[in-house]
Design a protein around this ligand. Structure first.
Ligand code: HXC
Length: 510
């Protein structure tokens, strides 16, 4: 018996060494942790239960039958983050470059299936050279098995991808179907085809970093939600994010009590809005002063920055914040910001997270580049997402809410539960200047008359009371009491139930 126990320990030790000390050293030399070290940082100490440590590949081509490493390039199992269950896989670049074989894929699928059965999220730590080249189509089949499970798990359990090394070719598509993608700066990249192929096909010369590095995907493509300085920071931030999320679509997010009083007033908000309506201010200040302890986990902070979004807590419960940012493009809605916010609203809706929307929007961005790019279809994504959303929706119009953008931004008409406006809010079809130029075209050569018309229009419409008179705004509130009013509304909405009509699925304009 003692022998057998020893043998087991030897086998385990061999598996833990992955591709061997030399490759582990090479991984460290690149500033990267190994697959197992990453799990140690991500999970609560001593909670990791590993599965399939002894799985090997079944490939017999190219001499692979003599080259087997237990675990086959991915460490899988489950553990805890702040005491809450999570399933994980962590690709081991020291074993065949973390390349995905049929067995490697089966290991990932096994924990995904189990996560679905018990209702717990899956976090994937990706560090892989893609399909295991020696295995050919068996490896492609393995990928597709993972993709299928990603699609089935979508909206049932949260799925999170951390890209911590290469993610190339079809390998990008599993992360792409998960809810959040994070990257590590300088050591991770994602692209469908690498620089060599790009050069051959399009004659463009581009580095891997430029093509698919963290900066590219967090600022240009919007594929990734955030980028971190190194592995440790990335994994610790993942633990923070996890704290906001429910385990599955039938549970609520964990409550985290805070010492921040729900009726806290903030007088400084009364002067947040500049006197000049064309002057910008930082909407993030309002968010930070409104949420519990000023703690806001912003997502996509460097992409489509005319829209701010992320998680926070109010009265201890997780909320999704969506807000126009007047500092950028005057906070208007354009293609990128509409898509960014639509996907976030859908995540919140799928996982029972109330959505708080702060509105200061002059309208949709005009111009040929927007129209040719399909702003109609992309703007409709956000409209659709808000309209379909059944979680508690609380909206605060801080200043402008003009035109179609008024409708889109969680208005009363899209089943907003509680719609507040600040006293200086302007809710109208369009700004006064544009409006009078159209309806009083005959006065266009008479600046004095036009100015009078503009003043008249402003007086009549640039306020929240016309909307208030129709019940489109539930109350006009003091800016200083924004937190208190939202917290109360959340309590009132705690047991909200609304069902959409039965259907196989809707047809959101993709
Ligand atoms: C098998 C692989 C591999 C792969 C890397 N390795 N990628 N083995 N299949 N796809 C092995 C290497 O042979 C090497 O083994 C070890 O991993 C480390 O690789 P290096 O090249 O030494 O590392 P590095 O210089 O850091 O370069 C990493 C890399 C490069 C950029 C990922 O290895 C690379 O370009 N690999 C091929 C990428 C690729 O074309 N994949 C297929 C994409 S198509 P030793 O024994 O020397 O340590 C695809 C289709 C999926 O994925 C479709 C799904 C729908």
């Amino acid at each position: 018996m003692q022998d057998i126990i020893q043998q087991l320990e030897q086998k385990r030790a061999a598996a833990r060494m992955g591709g061997g000390q030399k490759r582990i050293d090479a991984q460290h030399a690149k500033g990267k942790l190994t697959a197992r070290e990453r799990l140690e940082v991500l999970l609560d100490e001593g909670t990791f239960e590993e599965w399939d440590m002894f799985v090997e590949h079944r490939c017999t081509d190219f001499g692979m039958q003599d080259n087997k490493i237990p675990g086959d390039g991915v460490v899988t199992g489950y553990g805890m983050i702040k005491g809450r269950l999570v399933f994980v896989y962590s690709q081991d670049f020291t074993v065949f470059g973390g390349a995905l074989s049929e067995s490697h894929a089966e290991k990932i699928c096994k924990i995904m299936d189990q996560a679905m059965k018990v209702g717990a999220p899956v976090i994937g730590l990706n560090d892989s050279g893609g399909a295991r080249i020696q295995e050919g189509v068996a490896s492609l089949g393995g990928y597709a098995e993972v993709f299928q499970r990603n699609a089935m798990a979508s909206g049932v359990i949260p799925q999170i991808s951390m890209i911590m090394g290469p993610s190339a070719g079809g390998a990008v598509y599993s992360p792409a179907m998960t809810d959040f993608i994070f990257m590590v700066k300088d050591s991770s990249y994602m692209f469908v085809t690498g620089p060599e192929v790009v050069k051959t096909v399009t004659h463009e010369e581009v580095t891997a970093e430029e093509l698919g590095g963290a900066l590219t995907h967090t600022t240009k493509s919007g594929v990734a939600d955030m980028a971190f300085e190194n592995d440790v920071e990335a994994l610790l931030m993942l633990r923070r994010l996890y704290n906001y999320l429910p385990l599955n679509n039938r549970e609520k997010s964990p409550m985290r009590a805070s010492g921040d009083p729900t009726d806290r007033l903030d007088k400084s908000l009364n002067t947040l809005i500049p006197l000049n309506p064309n002057q910008a201010y930082d909407m993030k200040e309002l968010i930070l002063k409104t949420v519990d302890d000023g703690d806001f986990f912003e997502l996509q902070p460097d992409y489509a920055t005319n829209m701010l979004l992320g998680f926070a807590r109010m009265a201890g419960q997780t909320v999704g914040i969506v807000a126009n940012q007047p500092l950028v493009l005057a906070g208007c809605l354009d293609i990128k910001s509409s898509i960014k916010a639509a996907r976030f609203v859908r995540f919140c809706d799928a996982f029972s997270i109330p959505v708080i929307t702060f509105v200061d929007v002059p309208g949709f961005m005009p111009g040929t580049s927007q129209e040719y790019g399909g702003i109609i279809k992309h703007g409709a994504k956000l409209l659709y997402a808000y309209a379909e959303c059944t979680v508690p929706k609380i909206t605060v119009i801080t200043r402008k809410a003009y035109g179609g953008a008024y409708d889109v931004m969680a208005s009363k008409h899209l089943r907003g539960d509680v719609n507040f406006a600040w006293p200086n809010a302007e809710i109208a079809v369009m700004g006064a200047k544009g409006a009078v130029e159209i309806i009083f075209r005959e006065d266009k050569n008479d600046p004095v008359k036009l100015a009078a018309r503009e003043a008249e229009y402003k007086d009549r419409f640039a306020n929240p009371f016309v909307a208030g008179a129709r019940g489109f705004i539930d109350d006009v509130i003091q800016p200083s009491e924004t937190r208190k009013r939202i917290c109360r509304s959340l309590v009132m909405l705690k047991d909200k139930k609304v069902e959409n009509p039965w259907r196989k699925h809707g047809n959101i304009p993709l």
